[in-house]
Design a protein around this ligand. Sequence first.
Ligand SMILES: [Zn+2]
Length: 444
Amino acid sequence: MNESALRSADIVVTGATVLPFDDDWSVLEDCDVVICEDKIVECGSDVARGWSSSLVIDGRDLLLTPGLCNGHTHSPETLARGRADCSTLIGWLESVWSEMDQLDDESVRLGILLGAAEMLHGGVTSVVDHFRQTPMLRPSVDAAASAWLETGMRATLALMVRDRQLPTWVSNMTSCKEQIDLLQQCTNCWHGSEGRLHVSVGPSAPTRCTDNLLRTAGTLCADNGIGLHMHVDETRDEVELAHTLYGASTIQHLGVLGLLGPHLSLAHCVWCSDHDLDLLASSGTAVVHNPVSNMRLGSGRAPIERMRKRGIDVAIGTDGAASNDSQSVLEAIKFAALMPRLVVDNPGDWITATDSLSMATVDAGRIFAMSEGRLAPGCRADIAAFELASLPFVPANDLHCQLAFGGATLRARHVIIAGRMILRDHAVQTFNETDVVAKACRKR
Ligand SMILES: [Zn+2]
């Protein structure tokens, strides 16, 4: 074909093995992928012929998948890994957050870049950062928002608020009104930035907020068309506290407040009753499952097989690095699929490898609307490229199963986000990882 007849693309990948995460869980071999601006425009055999690009990647030794979503983390905790082993939530919170709650702006940035580097190497392209500083102040939010934009990743910054059960080490808490005003200002300033940054409202947990704060936060979300994200029923103690405070379960109480719905995502939901799950299903409320953190803190096991059976959308999160102690979504995918097998007798009711992959991609896409979680024409160009010669893929008997269950040690060679190469040949392109690591080493 003559040069002038070729259309111009930003990135072309040729001859790759592609897992598009379509409804049939296909494996496409010798497949070309064409990217224009931030979208995938073609995906199939020989489609690269009609395109020219200054960036052509030979994909013959690559496995391309949709980028993964980390549906729940707390970025400051990347500076507090390894702390407080053998602690349950309350003791752990004190050990970690008494130091992490009021970081200087440079430490906020450092925590985000460090976590982003780990996630990018693991094929993660979007993240929900349930960002905590107590009290939440504008300079910290600005530092966090700027840092997420700097990474090149897609991020939802769920700003944590609370006005009850305050930590003993916090003496300068802001009022409910000040917190709501700050949320509105930060939404105005940062929501939608570069098409990659979302702001949402992140009450710490219903039991750590007054009903007034929860209601006002819900109204702010509705008025601005932004999401609501919070911890719910992570431990048995929280369930008991909810019954004492409300005479009902946490989820029933969220229903009374009018807060359930598709805009709401709840991290954990370990101790929900069947009636609670029915309320989540009928309202379209989503759950974010954090299996590694739940095991690390001995919190319990979320019944995700029962959630999915009811049609509840479930995403997967790592939770913060101090309760994990990694930011590996592929590791969380593995545990999400395997944990139910310890207690559910019938293999027909187990979570499959592809169920688990779907939770961290397609299902997360429906919940957070950052990306589609699929690799197909018309979808946002958020792609992880792994090496087919990586040992977990050899021999390639079932690539989906090997990715889900053997993937925790994989390192992506390339990561494309919104049509930009953010990781190239294992190197982060958007910030100096070596410098970030050196600075973080001094934070011990
Ligand atoms: Zn959390």
